[in-house]
Ligand binder design. Sequence first.
Ligand SMILES: [Zn+2]
Length: 391
Amino acid sequence: MLADLAGIGRDPTTGGYRRHVWNDADMLLREWFVGEAAARGMDVVEDGNGNQLAWWGSPGPDALLTGSHLDSVPDGGAYDGPLGVVSSFAAIDRLRADGFTPSRPVVVGSFADEEGARFGIACAGSQLVTGALAADRALAQKDRDGLTMAEVMAARGRDPRAVGRADWLGDIGTFVELHVEQGRSLVHSGAPVGVATAIWPHGRWRLDFCGEANHAGATLMQDRHDPMQAYAATVLASRRLATEASARATFGRLEVEPGGTNAIPSRVRAWLDARASDDESLEHLVEQVVAEARAASDLDGTSVEVTAESVSPAVDFDVPLRDRLAELLDAPVLPTGAGHDAGVLSAHVPTAMLFVRNPTGVSHSPVEHADDGDCEAGVVALAAVMRELAS
Ligand SMILES: [Zn+2]
């Protein structure tokens, strides 16, 4: 199944994936999902948010949900997301081959727009289902071409009025998401599969550094109101502050206006991705970065506006479920600094995550990898978990 997906949305120059919600690659992935479900006699329901659900058995209460997402970050890898969906189908194949019949409905989910690469809000599909993200806010989000989510969905034949809370969530009794590890904890513990304890709180903040455009040659250095200077100082400060706090701060996206080589910028728009081990530390880190940005802006007579685009609080996964799975699989437990749909759903249903070893720990990059043997171990583990929870 991973081989079938390998060519979809892959950029030939970078080797990375550009599978962004409702783009051509995303539409092909949706077709693939429907095809895999159909091949197993599973009915697919797509909710108003674009989340796909393939039911083993009739939809009904107390269902066991597994799955993950198929979309990617810009130039993402092959495993972040798809591994969880593929492993869910493969685990069902194993259980069926053993003659196993679940005692509760089992459903494979593929969540829409987990990475938020197009509209800027991570886990949009799951957040809309739970109501954590308001439909009108999501629908008004614009992509880089200036198209709103509502326009993009309508162009794909989806009804924007259907976006929002979905009834199916009430039928889910447990959610288990399998995911490639985004770190090297499992390498250090020598285990192919682990069980998640918690997700760090994280968020995205947009910083608009505003100054005055002018000529790169004719404007004296002391006469400039160049917002790039404050931006650069903020990046350096964020590294120092995050390092001191054992937290994470990343500026990975930047837009410069007017964007001329020989022009002082009028505006630098930058996105801060920040994460820390607890909510208070994260808040403190962002406050400090913003304070540095304001101080640096003041020096140049420029200004900075800060907008919190999305903030996800810390998630502690269901402890009895986590302990039960760790014992069942004889697997180590580990926290993660990456966000997941499982984190969103965990506020509503008992939720667990399984991680599959990633030898380099690299993720959100074309070099993201998991060995076939470890992927297989993930499937075996997920099948054991499904048998345990649906017997
Ligand atoms: Zn993911």
